[in-house]
Design a protein around this ligand. Sequence first.
Ligand code: SF4
Ligand code: SF4
Length: 302
Amino acid sequence: MYSAADDPRFFEALVHGYLANPRHNSIEPGSSEPAWDTPLVGFARGDDPVFVALREREPGRWTPLDAFRLAFPDTDATAADLAVAAWALPQTLATRQEARKRRELPGRRWALARHFGGEINEALRRHAVEMLRSEDMQACAPALLERGNADEAEDAAPGAVSAAGPGAPSRWSEREAAYASGLGTFGLCDALITPSGKAVRLGSIVARASWPTTPRPYKGRHDWCLFFALGKCSACARRCPAGAITDAGRDKSKCRAYVRDVTAPFVSTELLGFPVDACGLCQTAVPCEKSIPAALRPGRGV
Ligand code: SF4
Ligand code: SF4
C-alpha cells in the first residue's frame, strides 16, 4: 500500500480507476461508448518555474499557491510544499475518426465529448479532491475554484469559449499545468501536444503533497510541434475553416467567433438540440492528432 501524499501511484490509480468505470466515462447518458481513452497523468512541484514565468508574462494568472490559498485561507503552506497533478483525457479513436472526415463543422461524437466529456472532467476534478481530502490531505481544483471562468474554457484552448464571456482570461491554466507536469508541449494552434496527441482534454488539482516531478522529455515549449521544430507542417492551419491559425499562431477572437456563430448553432439545430462550443477540427487529421509527430518523438535525435 502506498501513501497518498508521497507516492504518485495513489493519484494515478485514482484517475485511471475513475475513468475505467463505465458509469463515469460515458460519451452520453445511457451509452456504453466511452467519452475518453486511457488518461495520461503527470506531476509538477508547486514552485516550478513554469508557473512563475506564466505569472510574469500574464500577471492575472494564478500560481498553484494562489489557488491553494483561496481554498485554504489559513494555510501556512509555501509553494514548495505543494504539488500539481495534471491529466490529459484523449479523444477516442471513434471520435477522432469521425472528426477527421469533417471539413467545416464538428461531428456528433466531438460535440458529445465536448459537452458530456467536459462534465466528466469536472466530476473527475471533484472526485480527485474528495479522495485526497478523505486521505486527510489538503487539495483543491483551481478550475473549480474559478467557477464560471476557466472550468470549461480550459485556458481558451482551441474551440473553447469562456463561460465568463468571449475573451475572458482564465486565472488557472490547465495547459501550463500539464506542460509543467511533463504531459506535452504547445503546438502552432495553441493546443498541448501530448504523447497521446493533441486531441485531448486537460485537468489538474493542487495538493499539499510531496509527489515527485514527472521528468519533462522536452527542453522548450514547442518541441513537439513540427512547425516550430522543423519549420514545416501548418496542417492545423489548413484544417481551420475560420482561418484562425497562421504562422503567428491562433487568433483567439476568430476562433471564438466561428465557434459562437457557426458551430454552436449547428450543434444545437443539427446534432444535439442544445448549443455546445465544439469545433476542434484543428486537432484531427493532423500529424499530432494522436501522438507526438513521428519525426519529433524523443530518441529520434531531431
Ligand atoms: S479549427 Fe479553427 S475555429 Fe475550430 S477550434 Fe481550431 S482554431 Fe478554432
Ligand atoms: S498540425 Fe503541425 S503545425 Fe499544427 S500543431 Fe500539429 S505539428 Fe504543429
